[in-house]
Design a protein around this ligand. Structure first.
Ligand code: BDR
Ligand code: CA
Length: 320
């Protein structure tokens, strides 16, 4: 059976880089195209980083297209200094000869989704501006999408604010558009994102491995947390971040999910928060999906050692 087709929307980014390495190497997924959006770095940098990561992975010529430079409504609110000035936490990769598709991100996504033999899974690892524009301009893609799996949001606390996660906070209107699209949606949020870590000795091992893709993964795991100013290196955390959403895609049995009515808070101090109604009463009263709430699948738990092992197995498979 051919591997299920996915399209990726990224803001590469240290952990988007890990996600790309995993996605192009995993035998059970076929990456048909990658769209880029400003987020962890400028759009131009995101495109360059994505190409360089594909080079390191020895990936075929997967089309990569540039998309939105800013959110739908507000200006980009904050440079994400967490990933360093170039978005790769200071990791320097060789120049690339790959060039961006002449298509816009929206058009590339549209064409790849409609051209696929079977329904496509759209995986969003960044602010969802490109995806919202795709769904708005080309609603016909909905029938060709298996689901949208996005990293973003939280059923608990936030990271960029007390309640908001960065990707949703950066473009909350776009996230609303995705959640209200009627397409099956899975939210891989901070509830699991921050928990999926790789032990440091594996990161050290990878960083000195022979294959450049293993080495890149190791360096990203070790450098993740290094700030642009270089002054405040944090202790090792080892989070695989966005790559966890791909591990969920390939190994859903290692995670637990639940269906909950969900909305994005669009105003005030809580702007960008994903409000996940986990009250039993919402279920008892048959209120799942009540307007304007939409029921989405929320990833809430995981087997950390097994998921970390699944990630490592795929990264180690670069060595043959
Ligand atoms: C999200 O923001 C970025 O820092 C990561 O790449 C991830 O997509 C986490 O809030
Ligand atoms: Ca990201």
């Amino acid at each position: 059976m051919p591997a299920p087709t996915i399209v990726l929307d990224v803001d590469t980014g240290t952990d988007d880089a890990l996600a790309i390495l995993y996605a192009v190497q995993h035998p059970d997924v076929a990456v048909a195209g990658i769209s880029c959006v400003a987020g962890n770095a400028s759009l131009e940098q995101v495109v360059a980083n994505t190409h360089k990561v594909l080079d390191v992975a020895g990936a075929p010529l997967i089309p990569v297209a540039a998309g939105a430079v800013k959110p739908l409504i507000e200006r980009a609110q904050q440079e994400d200094a967490f990933h360093g000035v170039d978005g790769l936490g200071g990791v320097v990769l060789p120049d690339t000869e790959r060039t961006a598709s002449p298509l816009t991100a929206v058009e590339l996504l549209r064409q790849q989704i409609l051209a696929a033999d079977a329904k496509v899974t759209l995986v969003g690892l960044a602010p969802q501006t490109n995806i919202a524009m795709l769904l708005t301009m080309h609603p016909e893609v909905a029938d060709h999408l298996e689901r949208i799996l996005f990293m973003g949001g939280s059923a608990g606390t936030g990271n960029i604010t007390a309640v908001a996660e960065f990707n949703v906070w950066q473009d909350p209107e776009a996230a609303t558009c995705v959640i209200e699209s009627g397409i099956p949606v899975t939210m891989y949020g901070l509830d699991v994102f921050t928990r999926l870590t790789v032990p440091e000795h594996h990161a050290q091992r990878l960083a000195s491995a022979d294959h450049p893709a293993q080495r890149l993964a190791g360096e990203l795991l070790l450098r993740r947390g290094a700030r642009a100013d270089g002054l405040s290196e944090q202790a090792y955390v080892g989070q695989i971040g966005d790559a966890g959403a791909l591990v969920y895609l390939t190994h859903p049995e290692l995670f637990t999910t639940a269906s909950h009515p969900t909305r994005v808070n669009l105003s005030g101090i809580g702007r960008g928060q994903t409000i996940v109604d986990r009250r039993a009463i919402a279920q008892d009263a048959g209120e799942l999906g009540r307007d304007p709430w939409r029921t989405i699948e929320v990833v809430l738990g995981l087997d950390v050692p097994a998921a970390a092992q699944a990630f490592l197995e795929t990264i180690d498979s670069f060595a043959g």
